[in-house]
Design a binder for this molecule. Structure first.
Ligand code: KG4
Ligand code: ZN
Length: 331
């Protein structure tokens, strides 16, 4: 079965075709990073207008690359939330129009669930029960996954998401936008020498990164940080240490078989290396291009919805604050 995936929740317009949920035929991403870089962050109005311009060419490109015609498709999957309302609306409206015109089932996908399913596109198929660490610009969630569509939220951030913290730290250090890749790169040339705090929040799998960000800000103000690379390495280590520590503790408590890493921050070199090195269990993670926003993960996730006939109707709306927990109600 072939599923077309469409993603437009934030600043990437993306389309992909995936076969049987695991085999990637084409994945196209039209990035808006350069457009938003001069504002230091995503401007919602600019993003939705750019999605409108990019979405049809991106879909065409993906269909061409996948050598797929409309009759070959079995369903159209699209991100319906969480994300920016105006951006989500572009993808969802196009997906509905295509589903109606081509007579294909429509599947609304939770963006976070899609991030998790990027792991089904790798060579090794994940084995349940799994512990998923989803780290993106808007979320930091520890999720127990006991089967397809079966999620239990174990912990989440109480303030900044991990990606948001990376972006804010990069602004403090004047490293530009987007901050995650900039910190990652600077950290490679630095040594973690600064005394930065870790919020362990004992007895909970929640996270907190706002104190760390404030501590970095204070150090930058007081000492005019002589070595930006060392500061980046110190900040990165503080984030990664807590992410890895809590993930391994949750994996132990819930006796999972494997750990899945996903979301934009999963592209971080230090996080990838340390989680693999320190975990006694197998750790699966998508290649970096499938960690950041893409539509292959939406199509892969859509296949598993299609298999259990978790479909949506043409009156489906976008849900900008969609929670992963609501997924339990759908299947
Ligand atoms: O998943 P994603 O592409 O979009 C959302 O769903 O939010 O994640 C974007 C986030 C941004 O905050 C970005 O700075 C961060 O992921 N990110 C990274 C890296 N690449 C992207 N953070 C740390 N290291 C990276 N290499
Ligand atoms: Zn994302």
């Amino acid at each position: 079965m072939k599923v077309l995936g469409i993603e437009s929740s934030c600043d990437e317009t993306a389309c992909a075709v995936v076969e049987n949920g695991r085999h990637l035929l084409a994945s196209e991403v039209a990035s808006q990073i350069e457009l938003h870089a001069r504002y230091g962050g995503v401007v919602p109005e600019v993003a939705s207008r750019q999605h409108l311009l990019a979405i049809i060419p991106t879909i065409r490109q993906a269909m061409d690359r996948a050598l797929t015609g409309w009759p070959d498709l079995d369903a159209i999957a699209v991100t319906r939330g969480p994300g920016l309302a105006g951006s989500l609306l572009v993808g969802v409206s196009v997906a509905k129009a295509l589903a109606l015109a081509q007579g294909k089932p429509l599947i609304g996908i939770n963006h976070l669930e899609a991030h998790i399913y990027a792991n089904w596109l790798s060579a090794d198929e994940p084995e349940f029960p799994l512990l998923c660490l989803v780290v993106s610009g808007g979320h930091t969630d520890l999720i127990l996954m006991q089967g397809h569509g079966d999620y239990t939220l174990l912990g989440r951030t109480r303030d900044d998401a991990a990606g948001e913290a990376f972006d804010k730290a990069a602004r403090i250090l004047d490293l530009g936008y987007p901050g995650g890749p900039a910190i990652d790169q600077a950290a490679c040339a630095g040594t973690p020498t600064l005394p930065l705090p870790r919020a362990w929040l004992p007895g909970s799998y929640d996270f907190s990164f706002s104190g760390l960000k404030t501590a970095l800000y204070r150090l930058a103000e007081e000492s005019n940080l002589a070595n930006v690379n060392d500061a980046a390495a110190s900040f990165q280590e503080a984030v990664v240490e807590v992410l890895v520590g809590k993930t391994l503790a949750a994996a132990r408590e819930h006796q999972v078989r494997q750990i899945l890493l996903s979301g934009g921050v999963a592209a971080n070199h230090c996080l990838r290396t340390r989680l693999k090195q320190e975990s006694p269990l197998p750790v699966l993670m998508p290649p970096p291009a499938l960690c950041t926003d893409n539509a292959a993960m939406v199509a892969a996730c859509g296949y598993y919805h299609l298999r259990r006939q978790a479909l949506d109707s043409l009156d489906m709306d976008v849900i900008p604050d969609l929670k992963l927990i609501t997924l339990e109600n759908k299947s």
